[in-house]
Design a binder for this molecule. Structure first.
Ligand SMILES: CC(C)(COP(=O)(O)OP(=O)(O)OC[C@H]1O[C@@H](n2cnc3c(N)ncnc32)[C@H](O)[C@@H]1OP(=O)(O)O)[C@@H](O)C(=O)NCCC(=O)NCCS
Length: 448
């Protein structure tokens, strides 16, 4: 009996040890199923891959916009009319005043070129050269303004296009003047007794200045970096994008924005705040879409197209402004050609002359606000200062965001200022334009 119980005990011990061995082996194979760890969505976990969520956002965006698109089509029918698109640019198909204005701008380019030639040869003094430049640059801004204000056959869009070309020319010729002057100063500093720079005379030729005029930059240089060849595939892709995106913008304007703007006039006239806010938020979506498409169309497709065609090497037309956590970062990165010009020809010269940082920044934003207002008010033939104030408001906004908001909150504030700030200005101008110019228009009266 005793022997039996010993045998049973031994058998039990053997079974237990075998079971433990099996458990240990299984443990070794599978590992422990729990460990100290945070949930993925908790900020303490180092998990950062949200690609799936981004895709979900895109799917939701496409679905909700498809619904909006269908609803818009069912309610309004097709509103995009090619004749209306052409009439945005031309009142009379046989009269092209905006195009004529652009052709006349060649006169100012030639004045700048001949002034520089005379300065390089020493035929005129620096003072006389400066006076000619001041005159030339002032006329560049005033002449198209007077024409657009007086010539009623120019449409607002045609006027804005012509003024845009003249503004770009103003900034380019200002840079041309500065760089040539810096070059003359450097040559004179190196060899003060040397005769006037004859070789510079040969640099100052038509092809050089016209290359700069057409190049996608506002800052002149004697030797621009050049790419080796024109890539046909790249060029055709950009051309396709340009036509595709511009037609997208026109469709959104006619099909989506115009109906909302028309239906906003009554609440605006009656100062019905709740309906005004609702219309503003409705307008914010197509307005923002247009702005984003415009950004890609202009800064990526069009500028790269022109750069490729001219083998212009520096393709940094924008940086990652979409990650801006401050307003300052946004203005440093969204429009690189203008930002570079501001730094090189306005901001740094002001700092070098002893102006403070805040004063210099305010001066740059003041000049930018002036040009924004110039490009909107003159073609619309009414002066309301909404664009000017919108630009000047960037300074206190930049201070507020930098002072109180950080990281993602700062980024959200930048997006919000873009999404909401612009449609406020658009609504203000459109309202004022309709009140001053088209109140008796039967189609608008019908919409009201
Ligand atoms: C005003 C503006 C030019 C300021 O630019 P910023 O980059 O914030 O200016 P910062 O003070 O950071 O300095 C910029 C440069 O000046 C230099 N700088 C700063 N203080 C200086 C001083 N006291 N002396 C000399 N240089 C100085 C910096 O070193 C820096 O040089 P870097 O570019 O070689 O690095 C910019 O906000 C701007 O471009 N605003 C207008 C944008 C606009 O209207 N765009 C229109 C788009 S539609």
């Amino acid at each position: 009996m005793k022997r039996d119980s010993i045998l049973i005990l031994l058998w039990w011990v053997t079974i237990c040890s075998k079971f433990e061995m099996v458990l240990t082996a299984e443990h070794k194979i599978q590992g422990a199923c729990h460990k100290l760890q945070e949930s993925m969505l908790s900020s303490a976990s180092s998990f950062k891959n949200y690609r799936g969520i981004l895709n979900w956002c895109v799917v939701m965006l496409v679905l909700s916009n498809a619904r909006l698109f269908l609803e818009n089509l069912l309610r309004n029918g097709i509103l995009v009319d090619p004749i209306q698109v052409v009439s945005l640019f031309l009142k009379d198909p046989y009269s092209w005043p905006a195009a004529c204005l652009v052709i006349v701008s060649n006169v100012f380019i030639l004045v700048a070129l001949y002034t520089e030639r005379k300065l390089a040869m020493g035929s005129i003094s620096e003072k006389v050269g400066l006076l000619i430049y001041i005159f030339n640059l002032t006329i560049i801004l005033c002449f198209p303004m007077v024409v657009v204000l007086k010539l009623l056959s120019i449409t607002p869009v045609g006027g804005a296009f012509a003024l845009g070309v003249y503004t770009i020319l103003f900034l380019k010729l200002y840079s041309y003047k500065d760089v040539n002057w810096w070059c003359r100063e450097r040559t004179q500093a190196k060899a003060p007794s040397s005769p006037k720079n004859e070789s510079a005379y040969f640099d100052l030729c038509f092809s050089d200045i016209y290359y700069f005029v057409f190049a996608p930059t506002l800052c002149y240089e004697l030797n621009f970096p050049r790419s080796e060849s024109i890539r046909m595939g790249f060029l055709l892709r950009r051309l396709f994008e340009m036509t595709y995106f511009i037609s997208n913008v026109l469709s959104i304007v006619f099909q989506w924005m115009v109906p909302i703007i028309r239906s906003s006039m009554k609440p605006l006239q009656e100062m019905d705040y709740s309906r005004m806010t609702e219309r503003l938020l409705r307008l914010a979506v197509p307005n923002h879409l247009i702005w984003l498409i415009f950004f890609y169309w202009f800064f990526h497709s069009s500028m790269n197209f022109v750069a490729e065609l001219l083998r212009f090497g520096d393709r940094e037309f924008y940086r990652d402004w979409w990650n801006s956590e401050t307003i300052t970062y946004f203005w440093q990165n969204w429009n690189i050609p203008v930002h570079k010009w501001c730094l090189r020809h306005f901001y740094k010269p002001l700092l070098r002359r002893g102006a403070g940082k805040l004063l210099s920044q305010s001066a740059v934003f003041f000049a930018s606000a002036f040009f924004h207002e110039y490009l909107v008010s003159v073609p619309l033939r009414m002066f309301r200062l909404w664009a000017f104030m919108g630009m000047m408001a960037q300074l206190p906004l930049a201070w507020f965001v930098a002072r109180f908001l950080r990281g993602n909150y700062g980024n959200a504030a930048v997006w919000l200022s873009l999404i909401i700030g612009q449609p406020i200005t658009v609504l203000m101008y459109v309202h004022d334009y309709y009140v001053t110019h088209c109140q008796d228009d039967p189609t608008i009266a019908e919409a009201l």
